[in-house]
Design a protein around this ligand. Sequence first.
Ligand code: MSP
Length: 521
Amino acid sequence: MSKRFYITTAIDYVNGQPHLGHAYEKIVADVIARAQRSLGNEVFFLTGLDEHGQKVQQTALGEGKSPQKYCDELAADWRALADTLKLSIDDFVRTTEMRHKGVVQAILSRLEASGHFYKAEYTGWYSTKEETFLTEKDRRADGTFDPSYGEVIELAEENYYFKLRREQEWLIDYIENTPGFIQPSYRRNEVLGFLRNNTLEDLCSTRPAARLNWGIPVPFDPSYVTYVWFDALVNYISIPAAHGDPVVCSALGLATEGAPGLSLWPADVHLIGKDILKFHAVFWPIMLKAMGLPLPKTLLVHGWWQKDGEKMSKTTGNVVEPGKVIEEWGVDAFRYYVVRELDIGPDGNWTDTGFKARYKAELADGLGNLVNRSLSMLKRYRNGVVPRRSDELAPDAEKVVAETRRLLSEYQLQEALETIWRLVTRGNQYVDKTAPFKLAKDPAQTKRVDEVLYNLVEVCRILAVLLWPFVPETSSKIFNQLGVAGAPDKLAHAAWGGLPAGHTIGEIAALFPWREAKPTA
Ligand code: MSP
């Protein structure tokens, strides 16, 4: 069985409701997954939830619920968001599932048997909120710790440590010699800078069950549970193992059941936010090497969204709730905006004004208008029947298709949208320049009207195919309005000349009706 293109997102903590930042990451991953399918590749797209650890335990207990009950309730909301966002996921992992916990325990046992852990006592300053010991470097100039660490307590504790120290050199070499491993390149430089200037501390991989019991029990010492990051990172291979991935199962000595499994590992893309880069670029590769597994091909690191120039925060109520925006403006407007506004890498800023401006100029007046007037004119002047093929816009379309194909395969999503919009703009200018509504009044211009209309509707068809990864509902609507059967989900169908003469289009409706936002209460 050939290996699938395997893409993952970070798995979200379930200690609250999803906001724009979580939704953004999942949409970006979905666009890449759909783009790969459109390019003709088989894909496996995984997302899910990180349910263990102190944060979840504290929030659950604060609400008077058992952690499991709390997770089950919230998991339903997060899972529903994946549908609302139209994520084409192949699986959804919850780290409280047996299929995941069993793999984490198998890994712990193997690594313990091969001498990767040792037990030691450590005394230090511990942030309960971040679940991590802080070092002297984390102190501010006045000697205190940043309030974002929450309560910081002095703690002496025996734990199991995972050996990292001796791994630094090969990791530096690997990152230096594998330029595509961490993208964008400034994030790669950040990791290299960190590794060159610091000595890695061994990773405290357990927590005493007496202090924190909401975790996966350590198989060789039941008085401990697994550190939440050691548990969470494993989701990227526990789910392949559950699907019988031969590489993962053989490295971990896990039995595969009869039928050949899916070939997924190594992952092609781990999409993550900039705040969790160290876990993915330092701890995870070292864990994988210890297990005898190949490293993922790419860590694709995105930036953070703010709202109105401020950090999004539940306490101040300064959050963008994806569900609300989608209810008002539609899922494709939301998907389009976040990918068009923010390239993968830098930080971004959401403003309602910016969102509405793009909706109006690019979706309603740009794409929506082009499709609507092209199809309406075909209905009005040719009774909805496609005329003889004409190739006037073919060179423009072919250029855009070729460029989009390249950009999609390089995960350059923002630039791909800019490129696709060149064709939208070209189409609208073509209408203005050729003015078929004037030509149609002159019987001597029949042939010219046929030509113009063919070019317009064929551009609309090609746009539907190009846009599928980004705005799948809109693409399907365009295909429906064109009366074209099947889904616009293969880039191979973006070749010029797909609409046959004599084909009759379907019902027309506005794609992005423009309206002012309802006044907020
Ligand atoms: N549970 C860990 C990840 C474990 S992955 C093995 C975690 N969870 S999280 O819920 O805090 O964050 C999940 C993802 O959402 C991260 O990639 C994080 O960067 C991203 N974002 C959270 N807030 C964000 C913004 N404001 N903007 C963009 N992305 C943000 O970390």
